[in-house]
Ligand binder design. Structure first.
Ligand SMILES: *Cc1c(COP(=O)(O)O)cnc(C)c1O
Length: 411
């Protein structure tokens, strides 16, 4: 796929585009230049591609075509869902329920709303990252207007009990939104069967282009049901039935639909293949490297994600050493990113900040081969060993975050 000497294991950050998607996008950038709102032939042609793409994407999650609203990204879809409901429903209530492990695209809009008088409950998660359904139900009040809980976590891979959350929301007449950016194309999703009212997706997490996403809003197309409980964030033209004005990016949307089509074709096969790779990594690392741990749920997790903890060393150092071997991964150690904080997800599952800084996220996908996984498994142990030798936190030395000489891990 990419440079053959480079092993890309960071698919949860973004996926490489499938060449078949690139082909479709290139074709449409050349041919389908019309504005989908224009009445002439090239405009009508663009409109047709737009609506066919909408249908392909809708049917993949068993949604009605007119309930799909294209946005510029997953982040925008999350903001539209959360703020759109909050603004429209402020007379009905001001309470939102979410989890403590959401992506920033959900967490930060919720926090922003707190500045405007909204109350947000951040549900706890257990050591696997699962919310507690009783805590959810008990948190609902007559002021609750929205429950927003992610389908699958981007860092630790844990899959939440979506259908059950949806059932509780229905029972209490509360809108249920789920950020499914990491789940779509990896595990089966049926918005009707799973009681989902709103769902966010982003093309670049499923081999499509960056800069295009969508929000599903149940019954919005019919102008009834939950649809009347959300309003647009932007005001402009009549695009996307006034929910999201601005000229539709038809070539990107066509690429998004192509990417979804390809996921539909190979999802069952890829799930099986990737689960094997995932479990191979988990077994090889936790059995062969001392003081290493799996973060997240052992089985109720994304097929393509492994999150590992290594005592005594920093994820950032592991990352840089892997990069020198031509391997790309990710870490919950935010030392490597702009902020100095440990990942809020790893803290929420009960890790201490020092432990969270020793985490390594491996995420892979369609183009990852078993040889690449084996290459990673060959390169990792000596890296861990070398870093531990240099570590001031290594065994036998009294270090800041482990008071007990047993070095007992809480898991
Ligand atoms: C990547 C991601 C997003 C953001 O999607 P963008 O299209 O990059 O804005 C939101 N939620 C989750 C869970 C993600 O993994």
């Amino acid at each position: 796929m990419t440079d053959s000497k480079y092993v890309y294991l960071d698919y949860n950050a973004t996926t490489p585009m499938d060449p078949r998607v690139i082909e479709v996008i290139q074709k449409h950038f050349k041919q389908t230049y019309g504005n989908a709102s224009s009445l002439h032939t090239v405009g009508k042609r663009a409109h047709q591609i737009l609506e066919e793409s909408r249908e392909t994407i809708a049917s993949f999650i068993n949604a009605d075509k007119d309930d799909i609203f294209f946005t510029s990204s997953g982040t925008e879809a999350d903001n539209l869902a959360i703020k759109g409901v909050a603004f429209k429903c402020k007379d009905r209530g001001n309470h939102i329920i979410t989890s403590s492990i959401e992506h920033h695209a959900v967490e930060n809009p919720c926090k922003e709303l707190e500045k405007f008088g909204y109350k947000v409950t951040f549900l706890h998660v257990d050591k696997y990252g699962l919310i507690d359904l009783n805590e959810l139900e008990n948190a609902i009040t007559d002021k609750t207007i929205l429950i927003t809980i992610m389908f699958a976590n981007n860092e630790i891979g844990t899959i939440e009990p979506i259908k059950e959350i949806g059932a509780i929301a229905r029972k209490h007449d509360v809108i249920f939104h789920t950020d499914a950016v990491q789940a779509i194309g990896k595990v089966p999703i049926d918005v009707k069967e799973m009681n989902i009212d709103m769902l966010s997706s982003s093309a670049h997490k499923l081999y499509g282009p960056k800069g295009i996403g969508m929000l599903y809003i149940r019954n919005k197309g019919k102008r009834e049901g939950w649809g009347k409980y959300i309003e647009p964030l932007m005001h402009g033209g009549e695009h996307e039935r006034k929910m999201r004005p601005s000229t539709e990016a038809v070539p990107l949307i066509a690429g998004y639909a192509k990417a979804i089509e390809l996921c539909k074709e190979d999802m069952t096969k890829e799930m099986e293949r990737q689960i094997k790779l995932r479990d191979k990594i988990i077994k090889a690392v936790t059995e062969n490297i001392e003081d290493s741990y799996l973060h997240g749920h052992p089985t109720q997790r994304l097929p393509n994600n492994v999150n590992l903890g290594f005592k005594y060393i920093e994820g950032e150092s592991i990352l840089l050493s892997l990069d020198m071997e031509g391997i790309a991964a990710s870490t919950g150690s935010a030392c490597s990113s702009v902020s100095l904080e440990a990942s809020h997800v790893l803290l929420a599952i009960g890790l201490r900040p020092e432990e969270a800084h020793g985490s390594l996220r491996i995420s892979f996908g369609r183009f990852t081969t078993e040889e690449e996984v084996d290459y990673f498994l060959e390169k990792l142990p000596p890296i861990i060993e070398r870093l531990r030798k240099m570590s001031p936190l290594k065994k036998g030395v009294k270090y800041m975050f482990d008071e007990s000489s047993e070095s007992g891990h809480h898991h």
